[in-house]
Design a protein around this ligand. Structure first.
Ligand SMILES: Nc1ncnc2c1ncn2[C@@H]1O[C@H](COP(=O)(O)OP(=O)(O)O)[C@@H](O)[C@H]1O
Ligand SMILES: [Mg+2]
Length: 304
């Protein structure tokens, strides 16, 4: 369903994005791919749909999910556990099961109390085991800028994967592009990843015409008849971010008519506010920057 709020997972569900699909397919032959774009523009959807369409093995880790609001960190053991639990989905799981169990045993049942360097070692050994099978595997860190809050330095691990684990392609998505670049330090001589070639796919919001088509198609699928004027106004006010169009599509009960547009803006504004609060909680510096921006973030003036 076009108006489903989860990321799409197959190309048949994906609207438009032919160019980006092709680019991502090509990018998977490289060592490192960055998929960049603001929140809800469709990064996760693109990555998941393309990977599923190719039928190749991949591990998908949503780093935002691992962030701990209390410690304001991404605890190392969460990364280990997430990686570990996604392995059974790999087509060659049976072949690496033995090695992985050995790694588990060597870390012991209380691995959350282990020194972080041992957890990093455990993660490295899992990645080596995956690589050694000899099949191409894609390792996705979704919203990878959150890796900067990890309790272990993950950058050396990514650099190691880049340089030595030739069967593993790294795909990192990021909506806070500056933070992602800071974390990776691809242009920073002091970074382990300095100077590495990377392939970028930038996802932009849909243009007006496509956004209108998106809403029309979604409503048609639901069998709801919506006046073109409402659709056009919604697009003019909400812009072409797929996630907002989906919210509008979901919230639009015909009896509410154009009021639904305001409702979506209201919800959107609240979401943006919540997300900003979360950002501020991580960094006062962020607040400082945001307060000095000439315009509010997203959805026109709705956030101010
Ligand atoms: N190309 C697309 N076609 C259909 N739906 C999309 C598309 N891109 C994004 N969406 C929808 O928009 C919302 C946000 O997409 P998502 O992939 O989670 O964005 P991001 O990962 O950039 O935050 C989801 O409801 C998703 O289903
Ligand atoms: Mg996402």
């Amino acid at each position: 369903m076009l108006f489903s709020t989860e990321p799409k997972t197959s190309l048949s569900e994906l609207f438009d994005r032919e160019v980006e699909i092709e680019r991502l397919r090509n990018g998977l032959n490289e060592r490192l791919v960055l998929v960049l774009g603001i929140r809800r523009v469709g990064k996760s959807s693109l990555v998941l749909s393309v990977l599923n369409s190719l039928g190749i093995d991949y591990v998908f880790i949503d780093v935002r999910k691992l962030y701990d609001n209390v410690s304001r960190k991404v605890p190392a053991e969460r990364i280990y556990n997430e990686l570990r639990s996604s392995l059974s989905r790999l087509s060659f799981w049976e072949r690496i099961k033995g090695v992985i169990n050995e790694i588990d045993v060597s870390l012991g049942p209380i691995r959350f109390r282990l020194g972080t360097s041992r957890i990093r070692d455990g993660i490295a050994r899992i990645l080596e085991a995956i690589n050694d099978v000899g099949r191409h595997v894609v390792l996705v860190f979704d919203e990878a800028q959150y890796l900067r809050y990890s309790t272990i330095g993950l950058r050396p691990l990514l650099a190691y994967t880049y340089d030595y684990l030739r069967n593993v392609t790294l795909v990192l998505t990021g909506s806070e592009v500056g933070l992602l670049h800071d974390f990776l330090g691809l242009n920073d001589p002091s970074s382990e990843l300095y100077g590495r070639y990377y392939f970028v796919i930038e996802l932009r919001p849909f243009d007006r015409e496509r956004s209108i088509e998106f809403l029309r198609r979604g409503f048609k699928e639901l069998g709801i008849n919506v006046d073109d004027r409402v659709i056009e106004r919604a697009v003019d006010e909400l812009g072409g971010i797929a996630g907002w169009l989906v919210y509008f599509g979901r919230l639009y009960p015909p009896e509410k008519g154009e009021d639904a547009i305001n409702e979506v803006k209201e919800i959107g504004a609240n979401l943006v506010r919540t997300e900003l609060e979360e950002l501020f909680s991580r960094s006062q510096y962020y607040r400082y920057i945001m307060e000095r921006l000439p315009c509010s973030v997203g959805l026109g003036g709705a956030t101010s």
